[in-house]
Design a protein around this ligand. Structure first.
Ligand code: RET
Length: 277
């Protein structure tokens, strides 16, 4: 299929990929810089966020280059030149990052060892199945039955993941503080809202008749969803890790401003204790 895109359509996708590269790169630096603000026992979640955006940064550089290589500017339009655009980078990226994102959420909650392991194993298997089952449909013809069938099969593990996050994880949240529970709730709705964009983008070629428009919607849809699901999700996980660090009484070493504040807060208590005595 030889796709022809207008200059604006081509550039919209090109600039979306460029935007994602900038967002992933900035998130990578940010997560590394704030690492010490989080107590050591909550740093694993931050390590996972850092890996996710690093993996995505690499893949988006490859996706961006593959997009540039696949089209030639001819007669005022961008025409596919025979070099295939490699959709595979996206699926390989998800294969690595989706289990890591789910692990971020599980790890930051610090549930019991048994519960953590059971959640990690089941969520990783479901995430892997969801992506592997989606792939044959993604590369199938837009109007083929194969695209629908693989899409439906991939939706089964997707729904299972949502069930685990909303029903099962909900039961484990009782032991968390009010602030952490609010943040985790927010995180679950972010997952619902952003992960829901992926199947919609997948359906674009079946729903939109104009091939060029469908391709632009699919690529921009996946790109926007990736920024929300990776850096934004990472920021929320960071907020949970910070809230839990604060609850644990963690003060960053060498952070004189915060350290001093914590010391000053302690003085009146000590003084009244002295007075009581
Ligand atoms: C596919 C195929 C069609 C059916 C469904 C899909 C779901 C994909 C999802 C992907 C999430 C990716 C994330 C990446 C971030 O790093 C495979 C498009 C349900 C939910 C979160």
């Amino acid at each position: 299929m030889d796709l022809t895109l207008s200059e604006n359509q081509y550039n919209l996708v090109y600039n979306s990929f460029s935007f994602v590269i900038a967002a992933m790169g900035a998130a990578l630096i940010f997560f590394l810089l704030v690492r010490n603000r989080v107590a050591p026992r909550h740093r694993m979640a931050l390590t996972l966020s850092t890996l996710v955006v690093a993996i995505a940064l690499y893949h988006y550089v490859r996706i961006f280059n593959s997009w540039s290589d696949a089209f030639s500017f001819v007669g005022g339009e961008f025409v596919q030149n025979g070099t295939p655009f490699n959709e595979g980078y996206r699926y390989v990226d998800w294969l690595l990052t989706v289990p890591l994102l789910l692990a971020e959420l599980v790890v930051v909650l610090k549930l019991s060892k048994g519960k953590t392991r059971s959640l990690l194993v089941r969520l990783t298997i479901a995430a892997t199945a969801m992506i592997l089952l989606g792939w044959p449909g993604e590369v199938a013809d837009p109007d083929s039955t194969a695209r629908t069938v693989w899409g439906v099969l991939s939706t089964i593990p997707f729904l299972y993941i949502l069930y685990v996050l909303f029903v099962e994880l909900g039961r484990s949240l009782g032991r968390q503080s009010g602030r952490v529970r609010t943040l985790v709730d927010g995180l679950r709705y972010i997952i619902l809202a952003t992960w829901g964009v992926y199947p919609l983008a997948y359906m674009a070629p079946s729903l939109i008749d104009d091939e060029a428009t469908a391709e632009v919607v699919r690529q921009v849809g996946y790109s926007v969803a990736d920024v929300l699901a990776k850096p934004l999700f990472g920021l929320l996980v960071l907020a949970i890790a910070l809230a839990k660090s604060r609850e644990d009484g963690y003060v960053e070493a060498g952070d004189t401003a915060d350290g001093l504040e914590a010391e000053v807060d302690r003085v009146p208590d000590d003084a009244s204790e002295l007075a009581d005595a």
